[in-house]
Ligand binder design. Structure first.
Ligand SMILES: *Cc1c(COP(=O)(O)O)cnc(C)c1O
Length: 421
C-alpha cells in the first residue's frame, strides 16, 4: 500500500505540531495516514487509499461521515451564523431531546468538549455536597483535565501521571478497580463523609471495551445513595450510542448527573452535563457554581445534534445492535477456526478484541494483553482496507452507514490479518 504523501505530510507536521498531531492517540508509528475526506462508513487518505472506518473519530460519527441530512442542515445553519453570544431557540430544543431520552436528565448545560463536561460535573458534585474527594476507576478516561488524569485509559493508559499536574490536584482523587464491589465499600468506609462523587464510565471505552458486571451499576447507585455521594455516569462514549437513552436506559440506572460529548453534537465539537434539576440549577447564573464557555451551545454544534437526533431512531439502534452482533459472531468464528483464544468484549456497536486468553473485566486484566501483537494486527488490517483505532486500549465503533458488505469485507480482512501475525 502506498502512503507516501502521508509520510511526507507527517515529516512536515512534526516541525509545526507537537508530535505531528493535535491529540496524542493519533500518532501511531511509523506515521499516521492523513485524511483527505470521509463519507459514510469510509475514510480516504491523501494517497487515495480507502478504509472502512471503525474509529469514527473515536466515537462521534455514529451516523456515518458527511451524513447527507446533517450536511444539509448544517449548511442551512452556517448561513445563519456560527456564534451569537446570546441564547437561541434550538438550545432549548436540543436540551429537550436529551431530557426526553436520558433518565437522569431534568436540565442540561452544553459545553464544547467531554473534558469540560466532566470537569464541570465534578465541580458541581463538590459544590453541591461540600466535599472534596472523588472516586474514579483505574483505566477510566474522563478527558484531559488534572483531577482525572490518574491511571486514565486511552493515550494515557499505563503511563505515569503527566508532568505539570501538581500533586495537590490529584490528592483528592481515589482510584478503584472497576467491577469490584468490595473495593468501593472499603474506600467509602475509610473516607466517611469525605467523598463528593463517584465518576464512572458505564462501559469502559478507554481501555478497550469493558462492560459492567451484572448489577454493578445498580450497586454503585445504591451505595452512593446511602452515603450521600453523587453518582456521575460519564456517557461521553455510551450516550446515544448503545441505546437511544444511553447506558442509563440500557442498564436501567438513574445517576444524579451524567456527562455527554462526542455524538450529541452531530459531528461538531460538544459536551454536555445533564442531571437532576436541584443540582443543575446550582450552576451559574441560577446558582453560584461557576461554569462558562464562549462557544458553549454554539448554533453549529446544537444544530448538528438536533439533526443527529432526527436520524437516530429506534430502528437505527436496532440495526446498530444487529451489526454489532454480526461482527462479534463473525470474529468469534474466525478465532475458533484459527484456534486463538482471544477475548471479544462488546456492547451493541462497541467492540474490542483483546489479545489475551484471560477474561477482561477491569484495568488490570486488560493490561495482560499482547499490545505489540495488537499493533501488528492494526497494521495488517490497514493494509487490508480496514481502519480501527491504533491501540489495544481503544474501542471499535460501527455506524448506521456500515453495510453488510462492509462487515463481510471487514471479517475477511480480520481473518487475513490474524493469519499473518
Ligand atoms: C472522549 C472522552 C472524554 C473527553 O471528551 P473530549 O471531547 O475528548 O474532551 C470524556 N469521557 C469519556 C468517557 C471519553 O471517552
Amino acid at each position: 500500500m502506498n502512503q507516501q504523501k502521508s509520510k511526507e505530510l507527517y515529516e512536515e507536521a512534526v516541525n509545526y505540531l507537537p508530535g505531528g498531531v493535535n491529540s496524542p492517540v493519533r500518532a501511531y508509528k511509523p506515521y499516521p495516514f492523513f485524511a483527505q475526506k470521509a463519507k459514510g462508513s469510509k475514510i480516504y487518505d491523501v494517497d487515495g487509499n480507502e478504509y472502512i472506518d471503525y474509529c469514527l473519530g473515536y466515537g462521534p460519527i455514529v451516523f456515518g461521515h458527511a451524513n447527507d441530512y446533517i450536511v444539509e442542515q448544517s449548511i442551512n445553519q452556517l448561513k445563519l451564523g456560527t456564534d451569537y453570544g446570546v441564547p437561541s431557540e434550538k438550545e432549548i430544543a436540543l436540551a429537550k431531546e436529551v431530557i426526553n431520552r436520558v433518565p437522569c436528565a431534568e436540565m442540561v448545560r452544553f459545553t464544547n468538549s467531554g473534558t469540560e463536561a466532566t470537569m464541570s460535573a465534578i465541580r458541581l458534585a463538590r459544590g453541591v455536597t461540600g466535599k472534596n474527594k472523588i472516586i474514579k476507576f483505574e483505566g477510566a478516561y474522563h478527558g484531559a483535565h488534572d483531577a482525572v488524569l490518574v491511571k486514565s485509559g486511552s493515550g494515557a493508559a499505563g503511563k505515569p501521571d503527566s508532568p505539570g499536574i501538581p500533586e495537590e490536584a490529584t490528592r483528592n482523587t481515589i482510584l478503584a478497580p472497576f467491577n469490584d464491589e468490595n473495593a468501593i465499600t472499603k474506600i467509602i468506609n475509610e473516607n466517611k463523609d469525605e467523598i463528593a462523587c463517584i465518576i464512572a464510565e458505564p462501559v469502559m471505552g478507554n481501555i478497550g471495551c469493558v462492560p459492567p458486571k451484572e448489577g454493578y451499576l445498580q450497586f454503585l447507585r445504591e451505595i452512593t445513595e446511602e452515603n450521600n455521594i453523587l453518582l456521575i455516569i460519564d456517557e461521553v462514549i455510551t450516550g446515544f450510542r448503545i441505546s437511544k437513552g444511553g447506558a442509563q436506559e440500557y442498564y436501567d440506572i438513574t445517576p444524579d448527573l451524567a456527562t455527554f460529548g462526542k455524538i450529541v453534537g452531530g459531528g461538531f465539537p460538544i459536551g454536555a452535563i445533564a442531571g437532576k434539576k436541584e443540582y443543575m440549577e446550582q450552576f451559574t447564573p441560577s446558582g453560584n457554581i461557576y461554569q462558562a464557555g464562549t462557544f458553549s451551545g454554539n448554533p453549529m454544534s446544537i444544530n448538528g445534534g438536533l439533526a443527529a437526533f432526527d436520524i437516530l431512531t429506534d430502528k437505527r439502534y436496532k440495526e446498530l445492535h444487529d451489526k454489532g452482533d454480526y461482527l462479534r459472531n463473525g470474529i468469534q468464528d474466525i478465532l475458533s477456526n484459527l484456534n486463538l483464544d482471544y477475548q471479544i468484549n462488546g456492547v451493541e456497536s462497541m467492540t474490542q478484541v483483546y489479545f489475551t486468553n484471560n477474561e477482561v473485566y477491569d484495568y488490570e486484566t486488560a493490561q495482560k494483553s499482547d499490545t505489540k501483537g495488537f499493533l501488528k494486527y492494526f497494521h495488517n488490517l490497514l493494509e487490508n482496507g480496514v481502519f480501527i483505532a491504533p491501540s489495544q486500549y481503544e474501542c471499535t465503533f460501527i455506524s448506521t452507514e456500515h453495510s453488510k458488505e462492509d462487515l463481510d469485507k471487514t471479517l475477511e480482512a480480520i481473518e487475513i490479518s490474524l493469519k499473518e501475525l
